[in-house]
Design a protein around this ligand. Structure first.
Ligand code: LLP
Length: 384
């Protein structure tokens, strides 16, 4: 929801831009902290969802850890001031240079995705005379029931160590003396809205933790990843993210002893709702079959609809509700037919110059922007 005052302010600004509502981001972070701290859970923010400087500064000020998937993200997290002892580094293809950098920084933990990677980190740590802290990223073969492009915890996915390799991993850990295994890591997918999935995950995690503990592998950290989904259909309701229910599921179903910490890596749930992509209508084409509202933002600014057929609520914020409506295919200016935000969207009759808000775009929006068609870098505006 945008006040008239805000829309008037937007009128004078060059579009397109991401608008981040910092007050809403803070509210979300507070809700997350209130719900997670009840159980002493440790939350890391997945930088990949949004690494805008101001957004990161805000998140860091809540004393949250950082979940990184590249050397660049590790560097950014440390520069922003996330404590090194709270930085975790995941990713199926860490380069030697990235591993060396993270070793030099003494980050908290590498989430390791294969036996070969364990060997490489061990060798690189040995060369530095260091011991690397690692957690084993396990592929638990649990269905996240989300879009197939953002499912990561099935056998067919490239991520993590599969169950049939567990014996080999235990043997490898015994020989790799420059590693200290802290525990296990899981992440089964993103935009998970059926919270029963997390219950299934807990049950599987319990089994796997027990298997390793029975073989005398110390498990002091159980990292269950991220994936908590948001309600893209109702961006203005308070319950866009249900942190209370989410953390309670883990408290109820995840077996853990007093010396085991539970870690989370949330991205989308923390930042999606605070962001909107604000754009102007350049042209309206009224066709016989369909009408097009052609925006000055496209898939280069927000790729999710083109890539995953993702839904984002679209609003004409220059018009008041109650006006006569029409259906529009809302498209961008890029030379690709998939450059379409949504088809047959009911909007108040729309004109050149109207402002369009594409909601819930704070996660995996700006970070996935590209300069295809030699487009300018998308601008950012903050609201307090
Ligand atoms: N941890 C790991 C190891 C991950 O791979 C991810 C996301 C997260 C945590 C954070 O997940 P979240 O809480 O945000 O669901 N670009 C896609 C989403 C890709 C997610 C990749 N991994 C999208 O726009 O929907």
């Amino acid at each position: 929801m945008f006040s008239n005052e805000l829309v008037n302010k937007f009128q004078s600004l060059e579009t397109p831009f991401y608008y981040y509502n910092v007050a809403l981001l803070k509210e979300t972070l507070e809700a997350c902290q209130a719900a997670s701290s009840k159980y002493n859970f440790h939350v890391h923010y997945a930088l990949k969802a949004n690494f805008d400087e101001r957004v990161l500064q805000t998140i860091r000020s809540y004393n949250i850890g950082a979940d990184c998937v590249s050397g660049g993200e590790v560097k950014k997290a440390i520069e922003i001031g996330f404590g090194k002892e709270k930085v975790v580094f995941a990713g199926v293809g860490k380069s030697d240079a990235e591993i060396n950098y993270a070793l030099d920084q003494d980050i908290f933990c590498f989430n390791v995705e294969s036996i070969q990677e364990l060997e490489v980190i061990n060798d690189l740590a040995a060369k530095k005379g260091k011991t690397a802290r690692v957690a084993l990223r396990i592929n638990p073969n649990v269905n996240a029931y989300t879009h197939k492009y953002i499912t990561t915890g099935l056998e067919e996915n490239k991520f993590g160590i599969n169950q049939w390799e567990f014996d080999k991993v235990v043997a490898a850990l015994r020989n790799l003396s420059n590693l200290k295994c802290l525990g296990l890591h899981f992440h089964i997918g993103s935009q998970i809205t059926d919270l029963n999935v997390f219950k299934s995950l807990c049950i599987k995690v319990n089994e796997i933790v027990k298997w390793f503990v029975d073989r005398h592998v110390e498990i002091s950290v159980i990292n269950v990843g991220g994936g908590l989904g948001v309600d893209y259909y109702h961006p203005d309701t308070k319950s866009v993210v249900d942190f209370e229910t989410y953390f309670k599921i883990f408290d109820s179903f995840l077996e853990r002893s007093a010396n085991q910490e539970v870690h989370f890596e949330l991205g989308r749930a923390l930042v999606a709702n605070c962001g909107s992509l604000i754009s102007r209508v350049l042209y309206v084409k009224n066709g016989q079959v369909t009408n097009f509202a052609i925006l000055d933002a496209g898939m280069t600014e927000l790729m999710r609809p083109a890539l995953y057929q993702a839904y984002h609520k679209i609003e004409n914020i220059s018009k008041t509700s109650g006006e006569k409506t029409k259906n529009y295919d809302v498209v961008g200016p890029i030379c690709e037919s998939t450059d379409c935000f949504a088809k047959a969207v009911e909007l108040p009759e729309t004109q050149r110059g109207d402002l369009i808000a594409i909601r819930t775009a704070g996660a995996y929006g700006e970070v996935m922007a590209s300069n295809y068609n030699l487009r300018d870098k998308v601008r950012v505006v903050y609201g307090e």
